[in-house]
Design a protein around this ligand. Structure first.
Ligand code: NAD
Length: 331
């Protein structure tokens, strides 16, 4: 009895990510599920050699699945994205074809949440400032310096119970923090370990605010000049979401005044140009968009895709399928 051939799959991404996403054991698991050339990464999706592709395994750097690409892959049934947002990949034509697409955003949420937890706890001790001051002043904080420091009862405001936001809320549970949540789509904040608050009240009533909403028309500059002014003096704003959520001119002004501090993994623009005022401010802890998966964290995204491929080849529904309706309120 002859068994049916394995479906044909192709990688499409910036090739630099391939070995991190699919280390050898994961690559062999993947190759047991589909016919795929592990040494080939498509860069031009309109390439006629892709005609037999049934599953496309994408990652950062994959070009959009536009009409030319979709026309070149008439047998395509599913796209499994070994990264976060699929917004830039899909189009009306994609949805009209009835193709499925899934994202590894759930797996990518974990390192962002871990980064955020670290930032919150260090911000509670004002460790970013004291690291610099120790190097410059070679002294310990006095009792007066440290009176307002510490993580006992610190008020943390979470904006967005997204995949990242929910993981942050989970990670915050063991600590003696008072956690509030703003998310217009959530009705069960208490079950998530937080007190629900309108956005302005959350900003007014938090010592540390952490942004986890997606970048959508609704969230564009949700922290404008007036809202930034609501953050109490000495407050800390953490942004690992997207720079577009904040008015950056207003943020730069607030930070330059020294009234508040920030931990920023994302900005507008990215990267910031040389000489940008945010580089020089002592109350700004800047990182170059590293909160999401990198290095040894990439493998989780690859594993998420291999598990999706197992479901796809078994005829089961995808676990992380993205539908057009999701895109209005998700990353
Ligand atoms: N820094 C990084 O490396 C990195 C990595 C991954 C994700 N991100 C960013 O983190 C953020 C969260 O990503 P995700 O995949 O968890 O998002 P997600 O797609 O899970 O977010 C969707 C949820 O956000 C909430 N939301 C929607 N609109 C909102 C609004 N107006 N106000 C408050 N909450 C709202 C809703 O609960 C919605 O279900 C995104 O901005 C994403 O781009 C950054």
């Amino acid at each position: 009895m002859s068994s049916s051939p394995l479906p044909e799959a192709v990688f499409a991404m910036d090739p630099v990510h391939l070995s991190g996403l699919f280390p050898a054991p994961l690559m062999s698991r993947l190759r047991s599920l589909v016919r795929i050339d592990p040494g080939f990464v498509a860069r031009d999706l309109a390439d006629p050699t892709l005609a037999g592709t049934e599953a496309l395994i994408t990652g950062w750097g994959c070009p959009p699945l536009d009409e030319a690409a979709l026309a070149a892959m008439p047998r395509l049934r599913t796209v499994l994205h070994a990264a976060g947002s699929v917004r830039h990949l899909v189009s009306d034509t994609f949805w009209r074809r009835g193709l499925t697409i899934s994202s590894a955003a759930q797996a990518n949420a974990l390192p962002v949440a871990e980064y955020t937890l670290g930032a919150i706890l260090l911000a509670g001790k004002d460790a970013f400032t004291w690291s610099r001051r120790y190097q410059e002043e070679h002294r310990y904080p006095t009792a007066a310096d440290s009176a307002a420091l510490g993580n006992h009862g610190r008020r943390v405001g979470v904006i967005g119970a997204s995949r990242v936001g929910r993981r942050v809320l989970d990670l915050l549970r063991p600590f003696d923090l008072r956690v509030a949540l703003y998310d217009p789509y959530v009705t069960d904040a208490a079950a998530l370990g937080a007190v629900p608050l309108p956005l302005d009240d959350l900003l007014r009533g938090s010592d540390i605010i952490t942004l986890h909403a997606p970048d959508t028309p609704e969230t564009h500059r949700m922290l404008d000049r007036d809202r930034l002014a609501l953050i109490p003096d000495g407050g800390v704003l953490i942004n690992t979401a997207r720079g577009n959520l904040i008015d950056h001119d207003a943020l730069t002004d607030e930070l330059a005044s020294g009234r508040i501090s920030a931990v920023l993994d994302v900005t507008v623009p990215e990267p910031l140009p040389a000489g940008h005022p945010l580089y020089g401010l002592p109350n700004v802890f800047l990182t170059p968009h590293i909160a999401g998966s990198l290095g040894n964290e990439l493998e989780r995204l690859g594993r998420c895709v291999v598990e999706e491929l197992e479901r796809f080849t078994a005829g089961l529904p995808l676990a992380h399928q993205v539908r057009p309706v999701d895109l209005a309120t998700s990353a």
